[in-house]
Design a protein around this ligand. Structure first.
Ligand SMILES: CC(C)(COP(=O)(O)OP(=O)(O)OC[C@H]1O[C@@H](n2cnc3c(N)ncnc32)[C@H](O)[C@@H]1OP(=O)(O)O)[C@@H](O)C(=O)NCCC(=O)NCCS
Length: 159
C-alpha cells in the first residue's frame, strides 16, 4: 500500500532515512572531518531535515503487511509545472524488491495530478542503485555539482 504520511509516521520516516542514507550521506564526512556540529551529529542533522520535510512537503509512504518500508517526498510548483523529489528511501532490509521504483512511480503520478509536467531530483554521482533507477525510469542527467564545506567559526578557532 502506498499512502500519504500521517503524524504517527515521523519516527519511522526518520529511522528509515538514517538506515538507508547512513552508508552514503556526505553529512557523515562532515563529522569525520570536524566532529559533530554544535553537538549535533549527522543523525541529528538528518532528523531535522526529515522533520522539516514532514512540515513542508508531500510525503508518500509504502507499507506492506503493516510494515513501513520506505517513502518518497517532495514539492510541486504547479504554476510552472515543476515538481522536485527531495528524498526517496527504502529500508535496507527491503531494498532490491521493486519498492523504490513503486514509490517513484507513485510520487510521479501524485505530482502529475497536482500540475507537474517535469520533475527534478538529485543523487550523488557514486550512488549507483539510485542512478540506475533514475536512468531506467527515463530521467536525463542535467548537471553534476560539488558539495563544499568550510569551517568559519567560532571566531578564532583553528579550522
Ligand atoms: C535507491 C533506492 C530508493 C532504490 O530502492 P530499491 O527498492 O532498492 O530499488 P528497486 O528494487 O525498486 O529497484 C529499481 C531499480 O533500481 C536500480 N537498483 C536497485 N538496486 C540496485 C543496486 N544494488 N545496484 C544497481 N542498481 C540498483 C535498478 O535499476 C533497479 O531496476 P531493476 O531491478 O529493473 O534492475 C534504495 O536503494 C535506497 O533507499 N537507497 C538509499 C537512499 C537513496 O540512495 N535514495 C535515493 C537518493 S536520491
Amino acid at each position: 500500500v502506498i499512502r500519504p504520511a500521517h503524524s504517527a509516521d515521523l519516527p519511522r520516516l526518520i529511522e528509515v532515512s538514517l538506515a538507508s542514507f547512513g552508508p552514503i550521506t556526505w553529512q557523515r564526512t562532515v563529522d569525520d572531518r570536524f566532529g559533530p556540529l554544535k553537538g549535533h551529529d549527522w543523525k541529528d542533522r538528518w532528523r531535522r531535515r526529515v522533520e522539516k520535510a514532514f512540515q513542508e512537503q508531500t510525503i508518500l509512504v509504502l507499507e506492506q503487511d503493516g510494515k513501513f518500508l520506505g517513502y518518497a517526498c517532495g514539492t510541486v510548483d504547479a504554476a510552472i509545472g515543476l515538481g522536485h523529489i527531495d528524498i526517496l528511501a527504502v529500508d535496507p532490509s527491503a531494498q532490491g524488491r521493486g519498492h523504490g521504483r513503486r514509490l517513484l512511480h507513485a510520487i510521479e503520478e501524485h505530482f502529475l495530478a497536482h500540475g507537474a509536467t517535469h520533475l527534478t531530483l538529485e543523487s550523488l554521482v557514486d550512488n549507483e542503485p539510485a542512478n540506475s533507477l533514475y536512468r531506467a525510469e527515463g530521467y536525463q542527467q542535467l548537471a553534476q555539482h560539488f558539495n563544499w564545506v568550510k569551517k568559519i567559526g567560532p571566531p578564532g578557532a583553528a579550522s
